[in-house]
Design a protein around this ligand. Structure first.
Ligand code: NAD
Length: 301
């Protein structure tokens, strides 16, 4: 039987922890201990079947697996490495799974510290958003040893549908930032194409019908069309309510730029995408869905 500690029960963590608690003994899970700085977040987790942890020691000292879902690298460093953190209180053979989206350098250094202390740890950032977290259909991109990945898979399978081992420590974060940089780039390109088509007298539906079966076809067009109309479920038909906010896209584009700069990789379109999404932030519109960058492109922000 497996005891789990889940730290970070925000928009994503709550759905993930709830699914683990729901899976319960049928999945060999004894209990899911819930820890967050926010009391309200912990109470939501308790309502979903988790057990409130009084503090970090209470959360992790009996845990076979510790899962974290935190905002950024500095929170991950603190939660694992501080005097009262996970490393200080975890039992000897515990496995750590960090699902937060953080910078590659911090992911690699925290996993190296865990290894030095004799713990198994993987980075396992996700894609699929709040809906995927609640439905248990996330995609996990994992970095770390094959053994640690195999140990983690039993619980990742409960929270997700596609579980990938991307290679050594930090490679999950590499896959995540590269994927999201590409997503930001093709979203902006798709906005430009729909805007130009309209200015030249071609309506969105007709352009969609043609381009979605031609070589311009891409996910931003067919699943998340930034022009209202062609894809009924897209945020563009709901005043660009998120979804995946422009602020979250900007966070990932900044991580991609930091990584590109440290790897000396040329990413001119990634750089432009970050600059354009930072204009959404400057205009205080980064709470819109990331497809809302259409409004910046067509001058309606
Ligand atoms: P969130 O801000 O809603 O949740 C983070 C939680 O961590 C909060 O409840 C906060 O109180 C808690 N926390 C912070 N510091 C803590 C500490 N020291 N100890 C205990 N708890 C602490 O964020 P989210 O939307 O759930 O995202 C979490 C991570 O998942 C981020 O790295 C994000 O980039 C990534 N992500 C989010 C989405 C999404 O659609 N929201 C999609 C994919 C990936």
């Amino acid at each position: 039987m497996t005891t789990i500690a889940f730290i970070g029960l925000g928009n994503m963590g709550i759905g993930m922890a709830s699914n683990l608690a729901k899976a319960g003994s049928a999945a060999n899970i004894t209990e899911v201990k819930a820890l967050d700085l926010s009391k309200a977040a912990v109470l939501r987790a308790v309502e979903a079947g988790c057990v409130e942890a009084a503090n970090s020691k209470d959360a992790v000292s009996a845990a076979d697996i510790v899962i974290t879902m935190l905002p950024a690298g500095k929170h991950v460093e603190l939660v694992y490495g501080s005097e009262d953190g996970v490393f200080a209180h975890a039992k000897k053979d515990a496995l750590f799974i960090d699902c937060s989206t953080i910078d590659v350098g911090t992911a690699r250094s925290v996993i190296a510290q865990a290894k030095d202390l004799g713990f198994d740890m993987i980075d396992a950032p996700v894609s699929g958003g709040v809906g995927g977290a609640a439905a248990g259909t996330l995609t996990f991109m994992c970095g770390g040893s094959k053994d640690a990945f195999n140990r983690a898979k039993q619980v990742l399978d409960i929270m997700g549908r596609n579980i990938f081992h991307a290679g050594d420590a930090g490679n999950g974060q590499v896959a995540k930032v590269c994927n999201n940089m590409l997503l930001g780039i093709h979203m902006i390109g798709t906005c430009e194409a729909f805007n130009l088509a309209e200015k030249l007298g071609l309506d969105a539906q007709t352009f969609y019908d043609i381009s979605s079966t031609a070589s311009g076809q891409n996910w931003s067009m067919t699943s998340y069309c930034p022009a209202p109309g062609p894809v009924p479920t897209a945020p563009s038909n709901n005043d660009y309510a998120p979804g995946f906010s422009a602020a979250m896209m900007l966070k990932d584009l900044r991580l991609a730029q930091d990584a590109a700069s440290s790897a000396r990789a040329a990413t001119p379109l990634g750089t432009q995408s970050e600059a354009l999404y930072s204009l959404m932030e400057a205009a205080d519109k980064d709470d819109l869905d990331f497809s809302g960058i259409m409004k910046l492109i067509n001058g309606k922000l």
